[in-house]
Design a protein around this ligand. Sequence first.
Ligand SMILES: Cc1ncc(COP(=O)(O)O)c(C=O)c1O
Length: 432
Amino acid sequence: MDLLVELTGPGDLVTRLYRGLLGAIRDGRLNAGDRLPASRELAVRLEVSRNTVAAAYERLTAEGFLIGHVGKGTFVAPGATARRSSGPTKATVLRPRPDWTYRLQPTSGEQSRPEFDFRVGIPDGELFPLDIWRRLTAATIGHGQDGRYPSSAGSAGLRAEIARYLGYSRGITATGDDVVLTNGTQHGLDLVARVFLRAGDVVAVEDPGYRPAADLLESYGVKVLGIEVDEAGLRPDALPDNVKLIYTTPTHQFPLGVTMSLPRRRELLDWAARHDSAIFEDDYDSEFRFADRPLQPLHILDSDGRVIYAGTFSKTLVPTLRAGFLVAPASLRPSLIAARQLGDGHGQIQVQSALSLFLAEGHLGRHIRRATAVYAEKRSAILAALRELSDVLTVIDSSAGLHICALVNSTRGSCWKRSIRTASRTAPEPDC
Ligand SMILES: Cc1ncc(COP(=O)(O)O)c(C=O)c1O
């Protein structure tokens, strides 16, 4: 990389170059141990004589800012440190817009790992089939490397494989054209919010619910309402009439773990049809099933194209892949892909190609079967331990997913506290 040196200000060329280099050291753009360009190379680039560069280097060396190593080059001296700036820096002048309230949250990867890691939603990284992934990554290393920008729809092969997988494992009838690739469910919700919602629209989320989804929606200036959840899932009778979009986790409610019953699914779809609303179905971890057969996704029961189905590989594989998808109604799809073009372009084509092969060769199904067996064992151990604590905890029944929820018993029975802040909340919090 070329070092940018300003040759402005008073004085002869040597003085100006000396000042430019000293400024770079003092500002911390050049740090102790950094190698400076060879004098001949810098002279050509700055269109000055080599003697000018050599003289500036000599002066900085004499003052202890640089050090020369014969045969190796000129380096910033170990003791040369950046000057601490006093007074306000440029960075304090700009502020986010006044209604931007979201603050960066520590991620699970930034926190130190507890000895017994019961944190929610973290798949067992040890199970990731690294050897297979290494082989498929090597086989696809050149994909998308021809210097051109590919289509924002992303890998056609991966979209077709996801459609095939959904037909097989979820009963969703789709082709690759119905699938929009995303960098995970959160990104999918972001695309939907961008193209479907306007500031001031009313959006319903489950309460208790998945906080990052509510935070994301709030960042678009929409009114987010927390809607009560009971043992059959989100309660449509608690929805106000003006809701434009309903975000729900019907197969494994986050965080309670309940599965939305079939009558409740029908009721929710009927409600959405009567109120001309859309439903965002977040199916984030139901690949891991431990008991009964899965209920049909809302997407299958939906006859008039109101459900946007979101899937992710964050739980089945690992979240760092940032790979997910939407199955969206044809009426929204082109806009969702266009929104992706506006944002991140097309995602990582090479990862998409490797994942496409991973699905095509049948590794996803095999991995899910193997991981389910491991998780089933861990789950039984946890349930057995929780049974011992039944005088203080009540486990909520659930048969899928990566976490179990238990409620603390109180004199008033066990109940859950609602967690989503909403402007419209009038009912008092349950006292438990
Ligand atoms: C309810 C819920 N939805 C979705 C996700 C996955 O999001 P992403 O695909 O963006 O990693 C998670 C992850 O923890 C989740 O808990």
